[in-house]
Structure formats: structure tokens, C-alpha cells
Design a binder for this molecule. Structure first.
Ligand SMILES: C[S@@+](CC[C@H](N)C(=O)[O-])C[C@H]1O[C@@H](n2cnc3c(N)ncnc32)[C@H](O)[C@@H]1O
Length: 315
């Protein structure tokens, strides 16, 4: 498949997206070889653990994606609101950003496993985030004292405390808080990893955690994650193959993706109680080959690589 040129819905420039805060050091692999390797490391909990430990060691802190940061900062409701980030990953970078630039907010971070960086890498991420936002510091009520406390912390938990970040891990994927705890819930590149058969129930749970009128925001990466290993960030290659090939060769558990389409995700979020306020899609513009097993999808869904969604909980 040749994905051709890609337009980013927020900027209008050619695909400026760079994956979040950390990048895999460059390893180029053939797509099928990468699929086989990822399937092999998915085989046991030990190999999955080893893969995650290695991937984290190989990743290096990197500046925040400012477009995503600005998208969030411009849409988190004003005032001293309570915010939950779902799927904070290695660095909780977007929570860090909100903690520093919207210090009046109370921020909770959630993930299904604790894969947080070491203290040194976390501090480096905070510094890089601040460098990226240097020109905005005065305008955005940047909290210098908080930054100093983070940079002098002696443990990762102390650094989170200094930023006022609460961290919760639940393997179930269901954050444990009282109903209506949050004014805003957001996630970056997480919804595609939520186990498909549980997606709707999980979305209902998120809706329960939001106050009436609260905001739910998500960037959803619909690309084929194995393509990262082939240095492609604009690829949806699995869609050329049959369901049988997906199951027996391409699917893996370390970079699990649910393959829900953008329309299915929006439909499930709306069914769970969100009213859509904003829905932007980044799409492949060149012709693509779609296997007949995906023929029920609209061409728009088949081409969609990324979804930016913002919804409000029905009052
Ligand atoms: C691609 S990473 C994104 C991390 C971070 N949001 C970022 O942009 O750097 C996906 C994260 O989602 C988490 N995750 C997967 N399934 C989840 C679920 N059901 N609920 C919450 N987090 C989940 C993974 O553990 C991982 O940390």
C-alpha cells in the first residue's frame, strides 16, 4: 500500500504527527517479520514483560507533541477543574503539561500497568516539555515553583506529588473513582488499545466518572501499529489482509489494537452517553487496497488513520 500524502486536520500541513513523548530507537524491519516477532514475544507473560522492559529502555525522552498539547490546553474546561488522563504510559507527559500550565487543575493519571519511566527520564521529559512551552510561560501562568520541586525530587512518586499528579493502576482498565468525579477525561493514543469486546462497557464507565456536561477528549491512532517497526506512521496495512491472516500472523498482544473504525468508536461513545462536539479525521488520500473481509466498512473508515474526538456528557 502506498498511503500517499496525508493531511492533518488540526494544522493543514503534511502529516506533522510524531508519536507522543518517546521514540523507539530506529529499527527497520520487514512488516511480516515484525509481525512474526511481535507474535512470538506475545506468547507468555514473561516474554511480554521482557518486551515491555526492553522497549522502555530503548526509548528516549523526547519533546512533547505541541499540536496535541495545544489541542488539549485549548479545550480543557476553564477554572479549577478535576481532570483524568487515561493511559498515561511511560511519561504521563500530557498530564505533566496540564499540571504545569494549568496549575489550578487537579489531575489524576490512570493506566492498566505501571510502566512509568525512571526518575531521571521523567525529569528530562519535564524539562523538554518546558523548553517546548518556554514562549508561553508567562501567558499561561506557568508554575515555576512546582517545576523546581519536580526537578529536585528524589523518587518518581515524589516527582508526581510535586506536580500534584495522583496515579492509579487497575489491570481491569476501569478507573476506580466515585461517579461524577471529573470535569474532563482525556486520552492520547489509548482507545485503540482498549480490548474490543469491552470497549462499550469501558466507555460507559468513563461516562459515569464524568460530571454532567463534562468533557471527554481522545486522540485515537487507527494506524497499523506494527508499521512503526517499518518506520511508517501513516500506514493501515492490516486492512489489505484477511481476517484469517490477521488472527494467525499479524495480531499480537504486546501492541494490541482493537481495529474498531472511527465510526464505530464515535458510535460507541455516543451510545455510552456522550454528545459529539468535535470529530476530526486524518485520512490516507491515495488509493488503498481493502480486503473483502473489511468490505462492510465505509471507504472513509478504511482510510482513516487518526481520530480527534471531543464529546460532552449528556446533562
Ligand atoms: C501508546 S501508549 C500511549 C501513552 C500516552 N498516552 C502517550 O501518548 O504517550 C498506550 C497506553 O494505553 C494504556 N492502555 C491500554 N489499554 C488501556 C485501558 N483499557 N485503559 C487505560 N489505559 C490503557 C497502555 O498501558 C499504554 O500506557
Amino acid at each position: 500500500m502506498n498511503p500517499g500524502s496525508v493531511q492533518h486536520p488540526m494544522s493543514g500541513t503534511a502529516n506533522p504527527y510524531q508519536h507522543a513523548m518517546s521514540s523507539q530507537r530506529k529499527v527497520t524491519m520487514n512488516y511480516y517479520l515484525a509481525s512474526a516477532a511481535l507474535k512470538a514475544v506475545s506468547m507468555s507473560s514473561l516474554t511480554r514483560w521482557a518486551y515491555r522492559a526492553l522497549a522502555r529502555r530503548k526509548a528516549s525522552p523526547k519533546a512533547i507533541n505541541k499540536q496535541i498539547g495545544e489541542w488539549l490546553l485549548s479545550r480543557i474546561p476553564p477554572g479549577s477543574v478535576t481532570v483524568l488522563e487515561i493511559g498515561t504510559g511511560w511519561v504521563s507527559a500530557y498530564s505533566v503539561l496540564v499540571a504545569l500550565l494549568r496549575p489550578e487543575c487537579r489531575i489524576h493519571c490512570f493506566d492498566v500497568r505501571d510502566i512509568r519511566y525512571s526518575l531521571a527520564e521523567f525529569k528530562r521529559t519535564v524539562e523538554l516539555t518546558m523548553e517546548a512551552y518556554l514562549p508561553y510561560r508567562s501567558a499561561l501562568h506557568f508554575d515555576e515553583a512546582k517545576l523546581k520541586r519536580v526537578l529536585s525530587a528524589n523518587s518518581i512518586d515524589e516527582a508526581y506529588d510535586a506536580l500534584g499528579l495522583k496515579y492509579q493502576v487497575r489491570a481491569s482498565g476501569l478507573p476506580e473513582y466515585p461517579n461524577e468525579s471529573f470535569d474532563c477525561i482525556f486520552s492520547i493514543d489509548v482507545l485503540e488499545h482498549v480490548y474490543g469486546p469491552c470497549f462499550f462497557a469501558t466507555a460507559q464507565h468513563w461516562a459515569n466518572l464524568l460530571k454532567s456536561g463534562g468533557i471527554f477528549m481522545a486522540q485515537v491512532g487507527l494506524i497499523d501499529h506494527t508499521s512503526y517497526w517499518c518506520h511508517r506512521k501513516d500506514d493501515k496495512r492490516y486492512i489489505e489482509h484477511s481476517e484469517f491472516t490477521w488472527k494467525h500472523l499479524l495480531e499480537n498482544r504486546v501492541q494490541y489494537i482493537n481495529r474498531l473504525t472511527a465510526s464505530e468508536i464515535v458510535g460507541k461513545l455516543e451510545g455510552a452517553g456522550f454528545t459529539t462536539l468535535e470529530e476530526e479525521r486524518l485520512s490516507i488520500s491515495a488509493p488503498i487496497r481493502v480486503h473483502s473481509d473489511y468490505a462492510q466498512q465505509s471507504l472513509e473508515d478504511a482510510r482513516c488513520l487518526r481520530l480527534h474526538y471531543r464529546g460532552s456528557k449528556l446533562v
